[in-house]
Design a protein around this ligand. Structure first.
Ligand SMILES: *Cc1c(COP(=O)(O)O)cnc(C)c1O
Length: 392
């Protein structure tokens, strides 16, 4: 293998794009087909026997999707990859493929909502139990393991307070006990963190966020060893039938073209916004993993190349009305879920709780999660300035 195969520029511009096959077009074709035709019975038979090596039906493999799979696997430093119709489908598939009745899962506490629902609502119906732990200490993982533990589920950092796990240490522990590790890498993307290289078995991310990058597609990625990915393809992936559609795969290929430069811009702007917020008298605290005051700053720097986009501020406020006024006064941060697009966003934590339950003593209730997009950072800071003024 030549060295350029590892180059990010090569991966996003050339890898897996056999342009001789399609008129030397720069942009790959969207092969919008459900099925593929065979010339001989023998070839048809072979495809039935091994769908993972052929194009038979687009619930399985599709040429446009395959271009994307190869690029995403290479970015993660993984052998193989499957792409789903959502990040939630990638989570569900990865978990389901590694448990049977009577098994136990150790998960970091507060993983993504739909991971929680998988553990708390769906899997108990099949006798699969779970234990949530504080993942900031490896000792907590050791203490939670049971003889029937088959999965350790990680999300590093998580998406409100950014606790991280020592991925290398957890991977080593899991290997000693023959446990599969799954890590949600949505916050970092493979540009800023490569869990596979730290020993994690399955790495997933919501491609809805940075990979798509334009808030116009919902998708998920699952990467790992070829043997594991092939096993998942032949079973859960085909059965759930939530593989990505060709047009959405094409949008993600387009998103990848600009991923590194978008992240570079977002990172730079995020540091400016964090600096501004940390100095502001109306801000009690800023949660951001690459802030030197972040409790796990050293570990963050060790296993992540950078942090970008997402941060959480704690407002100084005496009432829910003040928090709501701040959120509603912002003109250029949209109030919306998700992140990773061109547009800056906020979610006030109090939108997720009943108004009567608001407790001004509770820092969490005064949290506002913020995503810094591609706008000019000064434009965003001016907007924050007027919103702070509106509540004081
Ligand atoms: C958004 C998100 C997901 C789910 O992805 P969808 O594409 O929305 O299904 C999973 N994990 C994290 C951390 C997320 O933020």
């Amino acid at each position: 293998m030549q060295n350029h195969e590892l180059d990010i520029s090569y991966i996003i511009n050339e890898l897996a794009e056999d342009r001789d096959d399609y008129f030397r077009a720069i942009s790959p074709p969207i092969i919008q087909t459900s099925n593929f035709a065979f010339k001989t019975v023998e070839a048809f038979r072979k495809s039935f026997e091994d769908e993972y090596s052929t194009w038979l039906y687009s619930r399985g493999l599709n040429p446009t999707v395959d271009i994307l799979r190869k690029k995403l696997a290479a970015l993660d430093g993984a052998e193989d990859c499957l792409v789903f119709n959502s990040g939630a489908a990638a989570i569900f598939t990865a978990v389901l493929a590694n448990v049977k009745s009577g098994d136990h899962i150790v998960s970091v506490r507060n993983p993504y909502t739909w991971a929680q629902r998988t553990f708390e609502v769906i899997l108990p119906r099949f006798g699969v139990t779970h234990t949530y732990i504080d993942g900031t200490s490896i000792e907590n993982f050791k203490a939670a393991l049971q003889p029937n533990t088959t999965i350790i589920y990680l999300e590093s950092p998580n998406s409100w307070t950014y606790e991280i796990q020592d991925l290398k240490a957890v991977a080593e522990l899991a290997k000693q006990h023959n446990i599969t590790t799954i890590c949600d890498n949505s916050y970092c993307t493979p540009i800023n963190q490569k869990p596979v290289e730290l020993g994690i078995d399955l790495v997933l991310q919501s491609a809805t966020k940075y990979i798509g990058g334009h808030s116009d597609v919902v998708a998920g990625v699952l990467c790992g060893k070829r043997e594991m990915i092939e096993r998942i393809f032949n079973s859960e992936y085909m059965n759930i039938g939530s593989g990505i559609q060709p047009f959405n795969a094409w949008l993600l290929i387009r998103g990848l073209r600009t991923l590194p430069m978008r992240l570079e811009r977002i990172t730079k702007s995020t540091y400016s916004v964090v600096d501004y917020l940390k100095k502001h008298p109306t801000v009690e605290k800023v949660h951001f993993p690459f802030d030197p005051e972040f409790p796990q700053y050293e570990l963050a720097k060790k296993q992540m190349l950078n942090a970008c986009g997402l941060l959480t501020l704690v407002l100084k406020a005496d009432s829910i009305n003040q928090v709501e006024r701040f959120a509603e006064a912002l003109k250029h941060f949209f109030m919306a879920v998700s992140w990773g697009g061109h547009e800056s966003l906020i979610i006030p934590r109090c939108a997720g709780i009943k108004k009567e339950a608001f407790d001004p003593q509770n820092q969490e209730h005064r949290m506002v999660r913020m995503y810094v997009g591609l706008e000019d950072p000064d434009y965003l800071i001016r907007d924050l300035e007027q919103a702070f003024a509106a509540i004081n």
